[in-house]
Structure formats: structure tokens, C-alpha cells
Design a protein around this ligand. Sequence first.
Ligand SMILES: Cc1cc2nc3c(=O)[nH]c(=O)nc-3n(C[C@H](O)[C@H](O)[C@H](O)COP(=O)(O)OP(=O)(O)OC[C@H]3O[C@@H](n4cnc5c(N)ncnc54)[C@H](O)[C@@H]3O)c2cc1C
Length: 376
Amino acid sequence: MKKYNKFQGKPPNKIFKNEHKHLPLIIIGGGAAGLFAGCMAGESKLPALILERKHKPARKLLMCGNGRCNITKDIPASQMLEDMGEPSASFLNHALTTFPPSAIQRWFKQHRLNLKMMPDRRIFPRSEKAPDVLHTLTDTLRDTAISLCLNTTVEAIEKTNHPVQGFRVTTQTFSVFTQNILIATGGVSYPKTGSVGDGQKLAKTLGHSLRPYRPGLIGFVIDHPWIQSRKGHTLEGVTMRVICNNTVAYEGRGQLDCENWGIGGAAAYNASLWIARHQPKTFDLEWNVHGENIRVTRPGTRPLKEAIVTVGGIPLTEINPRTMESTKCPGLYFAGEIMDVDGPTGGYNLSAAFASAKCAVDAISRGSIKGKLFRL
Ligand SMILES: Cc1cc2nc3c(=O)[nH]c(=O)nc-3n(C[C@H](O)[C@H](O)[C@H](O)COP(=O)(O)OP(=O)(O)OC[C@H]3O[C@@H](n4cnc5c(N)ncnc54)[C@H](O)[C@@H]3O)c2cc1C
């Protein structure tokens, strides 16, 4: 049985007192990726501080899977990568093969979260309650002495050379020095959850560029009598196709929700992700239910703020896929949706957040041991 050292937590005061000491790691963003990175740091005995702009952490995680939180999918990493497609597949190859869906499940089980698998292999907490996933993360932070500072918006990051190389991180109320920074501020959808694109702006000040944002995993706005007559209905096993120049460019199967504005559900969402990635000039969207075929030309989507995932963000060419370290600014790391990574519905995006967070913290820990960083 694991022994918890409950009273190791150091008050942030201790961190701020001595300006000449650099904290090994500051994590910006207390969402899925940031909290998981904090857990990995705590378990590697790497002192770290998480700064989160909202008064509660991981608000988007709590929305996941309609509040049930689909944390991963019980498939091999190779299958997960293939389903995600390029460019995410090549970029996440190292992170996800090192920390595959089986390891994600093992980690949560070892931290006393019971899991359940759906017939399609999606993994949820057995309680089907997203707060149980969050508590597993925050309990681990407490037990490994990682502080989480809420209501704290990071406003600026500057490189410093004095007294040693690192960064000065400025929030609305204080500044703190650190040797490494992990930005895990998410995409730009559902801004009320705190994901407003701050991290991308901070990264720009450190030399990064930005791939334009597009809504991924989003519904299509379609005014069609077939949808109107089925408003409020969910149809299973629908085949969805994107047709470009009379050729089927994408085909997927899943659930279809008929809404008063058009269609949603996994079948529509996954097609929208393909469109956001490939940006065909013109296309038809076609779906087939029980032998009935419905085809519409170039439907629009719901707005970016309603997307399940943001396509775009920090270009993957500016990040080392083996360490998640910036190629523009040594000591700066990324994890989660702030990067231009995305996957279909079904636990892929949280898996990417967890695996990239672990990859980054592993690399920082290896560097810290080499560089003999101070311990608090
Ligand atoms: C409705 C919905 C359902 C979803 N369901 C699933 C699902 O079931 N399974 C799945 O795999 N994926 C799902 N996703 C996608 C998944 O939630 C995201 O991909 C994942 O949460 C991304 O994690 P992240 O840590 O990168 O970003 P986020 O979870 O967005 O966290 C970023 C954090 O950074 C903080 N932050 C931002 N700026 C600052 C700043 N300046 N200073 C300090 N902190 C800052 C934010 O407040 C936020 O807490 C869903 C998404 C939505 C919207």
C-alpha cells in the first residue's frame, strides 16, 4: 500500500521569498494536461508549481463525455495514432508509444480510480463522474507536494540570465523565477472554461508562430427537411462521408444527433475534424441511415467557441516530439491542446493531453538531474 506524505506541501511563500532561487518547473494551466504534468512532476520528486487562471481547475475536463469523462480508449498506441491521422500521428508517436492507453488506465487504477470499458472500448471512470477523475489528479498533487495556485493568470514570460538562465513568470499579483516552463493552457473553444488562447500569445513572445484556429469536432449547420422531421432524435450506426470531386475523401461511422440547427454527434464531429484538417475548397457531406441517403453541399459549422477540440495552435514543427520542448526557446515545453494536435471523439484528445504531459515532464526531470537543480 502506498504511503502518502500528506504534510510535505510547501506554501507558495517559500517559493516567492528567494528571488535568486529558480523553481525547476512552472506549469501554466490547470487543465487535463497541466494537472497530469503536475502529478508526473510530483511522482518524479521534481518541485513544480501549477498556475491556473480560473477559480476551479480543469473545467473542460469536467465537461468531457457529457460529464462522464471518456479518459482514453482501450486500443494499442499504434491504432490510436492511425485513427488520429497526420500530423498528430507522427508527432505523438513517441509520447503515445511510451505512455499508451494501457499505461493511462494503469496509472488511474493505481491511483484508486475504478474504470469501466464500453462495448466500443472507450474507457470511463466506473462512477461515470468526471469529478472523480479530477479528484484523482488533485489528490495526487496534494500527496506529492505539488502546489496548485488558482485564480492566477499568467500575463507575461521573460527570459532571464540572472542569477542563472531561466524565466521570470509574471501573474497579476506576483512574479516567480523558474528554470523550465510547461505551457498547458489548452485551445480556444469554450472560453468560459479558461481556455482563451493566452498560452499561444505567451509562446509568440518567446519566438513561436501560430497555426490559424479552426473548429474541430463540431456540428454542421444545415436546414434540411430530413433533419427537421427528426429534431431531438439520435440515430446510431450512421455512415458519414465527405465527397470531394465526386470521390469519397472521408468515411466514418457513428452516432448522429438531429438538432434544430443541423446535425451533431460523433459521426458529424469526426467528419468536421477531417474537413478542418484538409480544408477542401468544396465538398459535399453525405450520410446514410438505413439505406436512406442525404447529401448537402458545403455546409457551414457551428462556431469555434463550441468546438470539442481546436485545430491549430503552436505548430508541431516548432516542438521536439521526443521531449515536447520548444525548438525556438530552450527550457520552454508544451502539453495538450495548445499544440496543433487533435484526434477524433472517443478519448483520443485526453490521451494526447496525458501522454504529452508525461513526455514533457520526463524530459524536464532528466535535464534537472543532469543540471543538479536545487530542491526547495
Ligand atoms: C464538451 C467537451 C467534451 C469533451 N469530451 C472529451 C472526452 O470525453 N474525451 C476526450 O478525450 N476529450 C474530450 N474533450 C476534449 C478535451 O477536453 C481537451 O482536449 C482537453 O481538456 C485539453 O486539455 P488541456 O489541458 O490541453 O487544456 P484545457 O483542459 O483547456 O486546460 C487549459 C487550462 O489552462 C488555463 N489557462 C489558460 N490561460 C491561462 C493563463 N494565462 N494562466 C493560467 N492558466 C491559464 C485554463 O483556465 C484551463 O484550466 C472534450 C471537450 C469538450 C469541449
